[in-house]
Design a protein around this ligand. Structure first.
Ligand code: THG
Length: 913
């Protein structure tokens, strides 16, 4: 009969303490060592687990005494038999042998008793203790992020132990005296791997230790939070042991029994220790208290911990079976159907709950301040950003370290470890935000709670998507699934729902993920960009949210809300108002959570009626109002440029022609452009001279203002349009001027593999085209080999590479290497949000033979292209770029020379960047 069958019928009896029993034999140092370990350094007295090798008869005797009084389950004497604890006794190399011997010994005795009483089969639980090190807590005052043991080391040690226990014939694995949930997750992670590779699946039992009367574990979790953290485990039983006597344990046992979706175990101490550390409770006294566990239907397994002996266990058969009738065992609750997350506290996301705020500010890509603090290693201040968000009402913290020049994995782990040491912050669940899987898995290894991984997608196909999803199931995390697929980012209603539906099927049907652990993100994209095709983005997101809830049962929907208003960067009032209006409607249609700036001040009700109407028009895509909103927003912006512009606004027509052209471009005013250009044609030596003079100057000005956050994107696009119009008007004149009507040059443009973003690239394309360049745009997600092929085929004058996300940086390195290997050395111009002057100088330029030029934004492109095409200045220009990059490298390396490791830099508070 199997353990899983018999437990349905009656309450099972687990044995009592091993340590207390061993003490009664009054063993000395030599009894522990035996002949074999005579030479081991250090003290061995107290190394109880060693006795299975040196004094197996005593351990056998103890097992027999428990079996004799009626124990159904005995535990192997292996509580400390893994190499992390055993290192203290210099016994780390005997771990496999200890576990094998202990399991075989217990197996032999259990079988002996089963044979004697076949109607009462006896079972062996392999005891797996917490080790003597804690993975989720720091113990160093000066270095709170430092940990004594890593998840990977725990897994390695536990695998060795559990493999041997299973080989030795145990019936179940009992992970006990859990004081740090992360250690326990490592033990179960190891157990699952062992069982997978041995193809032998045994029940996994967990037993937690409550550290204080508030009902938290030593690592700070409440029982609820603990349950959420282990909810991914296919667990047989969960229970409590140690730390309390039965009566003090009871309130927590009740809480556990009311929530855990599995069998419940309890093996308390024999009361509380007295001042000398001894347990005074008698077996009868303890039995009286344990009896109430049974009477109230709280338990399936009862036993004893510190201070208990066979005399205590001998009481239990009479409690479990009274007058020949078995008492009713506890009936487990069905598993949770809601998304239940945890930090130190639990966060249950119920349908009837309000909207959940995820704080966005601990994001190096989303906050200049946070990026600077991390770059400068000002971690105390970075932690304060997290704290402030929680004070402002964030219920989950998004953490993102994706930056091309940061050691992203190290920074993520370091920051999470720091936050974990701040009880006010670690209360809440974390959201691990990265497009780099190695960062995600590093983060999962230092979080004891149940977090959200942000994100996975079908971008790189089904196989990788499902691999990642399976791994998340093993770690126990919920996941944000972005609406991306092999074709790119979903930006229409139809594409959004198509991808979410496909992902849902794969995750629920093929991977077996619980629907409530899936959070769809149907892409909040920027509206009011000046491009009419973006006008439907907000409303399509909202419609997709509604559809997801109607059609994909159990899931949640989230979005990065601040993306919506990227066009209005620098205009916080309009941005916040826009978010308020968007959330108002999106939540009504089922948006469950959002990544937001929690310290917003503008509320829906605060928005003046005319602006509100305008905002609702653009968000609900009611009328084509985005142009109007852009105008309004421009009026409301009080930056420096606005003042200069408005002070000129009446009088600009009376300025000289260069200034009028400049004004028209900066403000995107098309009305007078032909009139003014006609006038300029008579003042300037040529049409090209007008472009390269006032028009380019205005473009550069706009680009710089945009870079400084003083202009927002629609304004730049407006300028680009005016530029296009101006160039179109000048085109016939340019044709006449040109000797053979040649193009100014030819360029191949591509967004690199892994990246689907192309707004920047498209702007570059427009700007270059209207500057008479022949543009061959080969699209997004371009593998290096495609780019090489296009270059060989098209023979352009230079290549333009674009990338928005951090992984694109590595892809760009790979791309220029591939170009080089194909013998190509024409100039490479690159740009995009995560690219930078420094990264280009350090990582990309050195691996290419030709020049690699970084452009800050689209508006710089024409200037760079013009210089590259102009034979007179080209060499000088390239030389100056190379010199600048060389200087940057030297400067960077001289800083690096001072340190030998990242850790040291942190310790010495060195500024690396
Ligand atoms: N979906 C998912 N995850 C995401 C996003 C998403 N993570 C990142 C991002 N999008 C959400 N987070 C932010 C964070 C900040 C901003 C926007 C989105 C932001 N920051 C100001 C800016 O760039 O103008 C900050 C300025 C500053 O303080 O420096 O707007 O969509 N799943």
């Amino acid at each position: 009969m199997l353990l899983s069958e018999i437990i349905k019928e009656r309450i099972l009896i687990l044995d009592g303490a091993m340590g207390t029993m061993i003490q009664s034999y009054h063993l000395e140092e030599q009894d522990y060592r035996g002949e074999r370990f005579k030479e081991l350094p250090g003290q061995q007295k107290g190394n109880n687990d060693l006795l299975v090798l040196t004094n197996p008869d005593i351990i056998a005797d103890i097992h027999r005494r428990y079996l004799e009084v009626g124990a159904d389950i005995i535990e192997t004497n292996t509580f400390n038999s893994q190499r992390i604890s055993m290192t203290d006794y210099h016994c780390e190399s005997y771990c496999r042998e200890l576990n094998l011997a202990a399991a075989r010994l217990a197996r032999r005795l259990a079988d002996e008793y089963t044979l004697k009483t076949p109607d009462k089969p006896r079972f062996v639980a392999g005891s797996v203790g917490p080790t003597n090190k804690t993975c989720s807590m720091g113990v160093y005052v000066d270095d709170p992020a430092r940990r004594d043991v890593t998840f990977d080391n725990l897994v390695k040690a536990y695998k060795e132990q559990i493999t041997a226990l299973i080989e030795g014939g145990v019936d179940a694995i009992l992970v006990e005296t859990i004081f740090d949930t992360l250690n326990a997750k490592a033990a179960v992670f190891a157990a699952e791997q062992c069982m997978d590779s041995m193809r032998k699946y045994l029940p996994i039992m967990l037993s937690v230790t409550i550290a204080d009367k508030t009902g938290r574990t030593l690592s700070g979790q409440t029982i609820d939070a603990f349950l959420a953290s282990v909810s991914h485990i296919n667990v047989f039983s969960i229970g409590l042991n140690c730390s309390f006597g039965a009566s003090d344990m009871k309130p927590f046992l009740k809480e556990l029994a009311a929530k855990a979706p599995c069998y419940i175990s309890a093996y308390p101490n024999a009361g509380l220790p007295n001042t000398l550390g001894q347990y005074d409770q008698t077996p009868e006294e303890m039995a009286k208290e344990v009896r109430t566990f049974i009477d109230e239907g709280l338990v399936n397994i009862i036993g004893g911990c510190c201070g208990t002996t066979d005399a205590f266990i001998a009481q239990y058969p009479h409690l479990v079976c009274r007058d020949g009738v078995y008492r009713k065992p506890h009936v487990p609750f069905p598993p949770e159907k809601n998304l239940t997350l945890s930090g130190l506290d639990v966060l249950e996301i119920k349908k009837e709950n309000n909207f959940i705020n995820v704080g966005e500010r601990c994001n190096v890509a989303g906050s200049r301040k946070f990026l600077r603090l991390i770059q400068e290693k000002k971690y105390d201040e970075a932690v304060e950003i997290a704290r402030k968000q929680i004070e402002d009402g964030a219920q989950i913290l998004d953490i993102n370290m994706d930056d091309g020049l940061l050691a992203t994995c190290d920074e993520m782990v370091h920051f999470i470890n720091l936050l974990s040491g701040e009880p006010e912050i670690a209360r809440v669940p974390f959201m691990i935000d990265s497009s780099d899987w190695s960062v995600i898995s590093a983060a999962l290894k230092c979080i004891q709670g149940k977090c959200i991984v942000n994100s996975i997608s079908l971008k790189e196909g089904e196989a990788l998507f499902m691999d990642h999803a399976r791994e998340l199931c093993r770690y126990g995390a919920a996941v944000v699934v972005m609406a991306f697929d092999e074709k790119g980012q979903a930006d229409t209603y139809e594409r959004r729902i198509e991808i979410c539906q496909r992902a849902y099927r794969l995750l629920t049907e093929k991977v077996g993920m619980a629907p409530h652990d899936i959070i769809f993100d149907p892409n909040v994209l920027a509206i009011c960009t000046g491009m009419p095709e973006h006008d439907s983005y907000a409303w399509d997101f909202i419609r997709a949210t509604h559809w997801i809830h109607q059609n994909l049962p159990g899931v949640h929907v989230s979005g990065g809300i601040s993306n919506l208003s990227f066009s209005f960067r620098g205009n916080n009032f309009v941005r916040e108002a826009m978010h308020a209006v968007f959330l108002y409607h999106a939540i009504k249609h089922g948006l469950d959570m959002g990544i937001v700036n929690p310290s917003v001040t503008v509320k829906y009700d605060d928005i003046p009626a005319p602006l509100l109407e305008l905002l609702e028009d653009v968000i609900l895509n009611r009328k084509s109002s985005s142009g109007k909103l852009i105008e309004e927003a421009t009026k409301m912006q009080n930056g420096e440029i606005q003042r200069t512009v408005s002070s000129m606004s009446d009088s600009w027509r009376s300025k000289i022609v260069e200034q009028r052209l400049r004004y028209a471009l900066v403000n995107g005013v098309n009305e007078y452009i032909e009139e003014d250009l006609t006038e300029a044609l008579s003042n300037f030596p040529s049409a090209i001279a007008i472009i390269e003079g006032p028009l380019m100057e205005a473009m550069n000005y706009v680009g710089n203002m945009f870079g400084e956050g003083k202009l927002f994107l629609p304004q730049v696009v407006k300028t680009a349009r005016t530029m296009q119009k101006a160039v179109g008007f000048l085109q016939p004149y340019i044709e006449v001027e040109k000797k053979e009507g040649n193009k100014a040059g030819k360029v191949v443009l591509a967004t690199v593999k892994g990246d689907v973003h192309d707004i920047g690239k498209n702007i570059v394309s427009v700007i270059l085209s209207c500057n008479n360049y022949e543009v061959v745009d080969i699209g997004v997600m371009c593998p290096a080999t495609d780019i090489v092929e296009a270059v060989l085929r098209e023979k352009p004058n230079f290549v333009g590479l674009s990338g928005l996300i951090t992984p694109s940086l590595d892809e760009m390195i790979h791309t220029v290497q591939t170009l080089k290997n194909s013998g190509i050395s024409i100039p490479v111009v690159l740009g995009g949000a995560t690219t930078s002057l420094l990264h280009t100088a350090l990582k990309i330029a050195p691996v290419y033979d030709g020049p690699v030029i970084w452009v800050k934004d689209a508006s710089q492109m024409v200037m760079v292209a013009a210089k590259l095409m102009n034979k007179a200045v080209c060499h000088k220009y390239i030389d100056s770029i190379k010199r600048e990059q060389c200087l940057l490298r030297e400067e960077y390396e001289s800083k690096q020379d001072k340190i030998v490791s990242f850790d040291e830099a942190r310790r010495n508070k060195l500024h690396l960047f």
